[in-house]
Ligand binder design. Structure first.
Ligand code: VGL
Ligand code: ZN
Length: 238
């Protein structure tokens, strides 16, 4: 006969075993398949330490992205690609300083230091990215009078980059986002990905934010509301 103590111990062991297996199951539970794509946002010199719009610890995303990219057959990279004198630059608005805002035809625009000017070293993708199998590099923000944080649609809310059509033509259903910056180009791309009907995941530890005027908390709140899933790179089976 089991006495009461043995039964309690047995139950305890079962609880621990269940918790452990759930933990193991939770780790690396997402396996990218042929209908999955990794979207690597703006890992460019200007956003890395030493760059003109450096994102704090931005370089730390590179090894994480390189590791998970191995698990994806579909990878798209984006490149912020502005004209000289772009409308998003503070220097294009006499008297304005970076991180101040202005009202433009399409709405409120944060003003930035000059960054990612077409063809410059600052606009180049990080040489430490190791994703030779990436199938597409999509450039955005090349329209002098319109910014484009999103990889899908410019800030006027209507001019498309063609990315959604490309992904749909390749039968992609699930999108995983990584890169810089969490609260601007990653978040705006994730929100547009939801609008275009993709199941959308943002890999938090594969991103870093700028965080100006509460932008990081707001971005996560907006993404949660839109059904964007917030995951960690350890959730992805590579
Ligand atoms: C970005 C600000 C200006 C980004 C691009 O990649 O998040 N942020 N241009
Ligand atoms: Zn930009």
């Amino acid at each position: 006969m089991l006495d009461r103590r043995q039964i309690v111990m047995g139950l305890g062991a079962t609880v621990i075993a269940t918790a452990l297996s759930e933990k193991l199951w939770a780790a690396a539970s997402i396996k990218p398949d042929g209908a999955s794509a990794l979207l690597v946002i703006d890992v460019q010199n200007c956003f890395l330490p030493g760059g003109s719009l450096a994102v704090k610890d931005g370089d730390q995303v590179v090894p994480v992205i390189n590791r998970i990219a191995k698990g994806f057959s579909n990878v798209v990279l984006t490149q912020d690609w502005h004209t000289a004198g772009h409308i998003s630059f503070a220097t294009s608005h006499g008297g304005k300083k970076p991180f101040e805002t202005v009202e433009l035809k399409y709405g409120k625009q944060v003003l930035w230091p000059d960054h990612c000017v077409q063809g410059t070293e600052g606009a180049a993708l990080s040489r430490d990215l190791a994703i030779p199998h990436a199938g597409l590099v999509i450039r955005k923000g090349f329209n002098k009078d319109v910014d484009s944080y999103s990889a899908f649609t410019e800030a006027d809310g209507k001019t498309t980059t063609g990315l959604a059509a490309y992904l749909k033509a390749r039968k992609v259903k699930r999108l995983f986002l990584a890169g810089l910056a969490t609260d601007f180009c990653v978040a705006w791309s994730a929100l547009d990905a939801r609008k275009a009907g993709f199941e959308t995941y943002v890999i938090e530890d594969a991103c870093r934010g700028i965080d100006t005027q509460g932008s990081l908390a707001k971005a996560w709140a907006d993404m949660a509301k839109a059904g964007v899933k917030r995951i960690q790179s350890s959730d992805i089976a590579v």
